[in-house]
Design a protein around this ligand. Structure first.
Ligand SMILES: NC(=O)c1ccc[n+]([C@@H]2O[C@H](COP(=O)([O-])OP(=O)(O)OC[C@H]3O[C@@H](n4cnc5c(N)ncnc54)[C@H](OP(=O)(O)O)[C@@H]3O)[C@@H](O)[C@H]2O)c1
Length: 361
């Protein structure tokens, strides 16, 4: 049977769930303050991750917090922010009891706030509904563990496992309902990773659209060994509205042009196979505060990411179409059915099948 603490934490979790997708690189955290059995404040991490939910909730009620109980889905931060750490703000607010769903694995906090609460005689409980917090913010927990971004690969494939025709055209493999759902995947990601090859072949917009209106220009990361991304590509046309990060190994005049319009360009040396070390790129991205990536590229990059054990999830939309032997493959010299995957979710969008697989844990 669920107890009262669990119920309040689950309610805080629902708030966090609604906000998911807007708080990157921070996790989405929900918070409730309860007094005499009544909720007196509700809050969630603000867009772009700051202020934190606890700070917002405390601000809403001022002195009324004295003697109340706080429910929060992640351990409050112990590191300093503009108004002091959340832990200090909570202690100073007169809250007498705090119920926390999960310990924050961030080294700057990681149990420190809990210790502080106990030392300051706050009744402190930890661990109820921790699974819900983990599931919602899996990207945050896993990326802190690996020190690389959480990587989801989205692919539309034909039933014969092709992702483009012989001439590289790849429009309309999946149907409209699948493509709409793919926008939800974008919404739940911080940035898109692609290749200059996919940009050249598709000229994607990489926006999130709702009822034909653009609601977000996704930040884009481009793997571009030879700096081939066309200056007139749609992504660069909208550069003022988004972050564009390019990894390359060439130093030429084009870099000046790219930097001038606002691109961030990073040099990476090629390895003995004349490729980038993708792990090195991921470490760099993590250090740039990017921890949740959706890959939208072809089968070559997908294969290379898999070979480097960098993929956390695969989101595969399979249509009934066939492109035949000359179509471009989903994977290069690898068979999808031999991958070690856990099917996490499956549903139909019309005749398309959407399958979401997890790798690792
Ligand atoms: N169906 C879908 O869901 C979907 C989604 C996106 C794209 N597409 C289609 O996929 C097709 C392209 O697929 P593709 O498999 O041929 O190409 P791709 O995977 O998009 O790009 C391959 C290129 O990426 C670069 N690359 C990959 N790994 C690298 C590494 N470790 N180091 C350095 N560079 C690396 C290389 O570019 P350089 O050789 O230029 O250096 C390589 O040639 C296009 O037709 C596009 O329309 C389909």
């Amino acid at each position: 049977m669920k107890d009262i603490h669990q119920n309040f934490l689950l309610e805080a979790h629902l708030l966090a769930k609604k906000q998911f997708g807007k708080t990157f690189p921070n996790p989405s955290v929900g918070c409730l303050i309860v007094k005499n059995g009544r909720i007196i404040a509700k809050s969630v991490t603000a867009s772009a991750g700051r202020p934190h939910a606890e700070e917002i909730a405390l601000k809403k009620i001022g002195n009324k917090s004295i003697g109340s109980t706080m429910y929060v889905t992640l351990e409050p931060c112990s590191h300093d922010s503009l108004n002091g750490s959340c832990a200090d703000q909570i202690i100073n607010s007169g809250i007498k009891k705090i119920i926390i769903a999960k310990i924050d694995p961030d080294k700057r906090t990681n149990g420190k706030s809990i210790k502080k609460f106990k030392k300051n005689k706050l009744i402190t409980m930890v661990g109820k509904t921790s699974k819900e917090t983990y599931k919602l913010n899996k990207f945050f927990f896993e990326s802190l563990k690996s020190r690389t971004p959480f990587i989801k690969v989205k692919m539309a494939s034909t039933s014969d496992q092709k992702i483009a025709r012989k001439d590289y055209s790849s429009k309309w493999i999946s149907n409209k309902a699948s493509r709409n759902y793919a926008h939800k995947l974008r919404f739940e990601s911080q940035a898109i990773l692609t290749t200059s090859k996919t940009i050249i072949k598709d000229d994607p917009r990489f926006t999130i659209r709702k009822n034909n209106k653009i609601i977000r220009y996704m930040p884009v990361i481009i793997i571009d060994r030879f700096l081939n991304t066309p200056m007139n590509s749609k992504i660069l046309k909208n550069i003022s509205k988004r972050r564009v990060i390019i990894f390359t190994q060439v130093r030429n005049q084009k870099i000046i042009k790219l930097k001038k319009i606002g691109c961030e360009v990073f040099f990476i040396k090629l390895n003995s196979k004349k490729l980038f070390n993708l792990k090195e790129i991921m470490k760099k991205l993590f250090n740039l505060n990017i921890n949740n990536i959706l890959v939208e590229a072809g089968g070559i990059l997908f294969t290379n990411l898999l070979s480097n054990n960098l993929v956390n999830e695969i989101h595969l939309f399979t249509s009934v179409k066939k492109f035949g032997a000359e179509g471009k493959p989903l994977l290069v010299k690898k068979s999808f059915k031999n991958l070690k995957l856990k099917l996490t979710f499956e549903r139909n969008f019309g005749k398309d099948i959407y399958r979401y697989y997890s790798l690792g844990n």
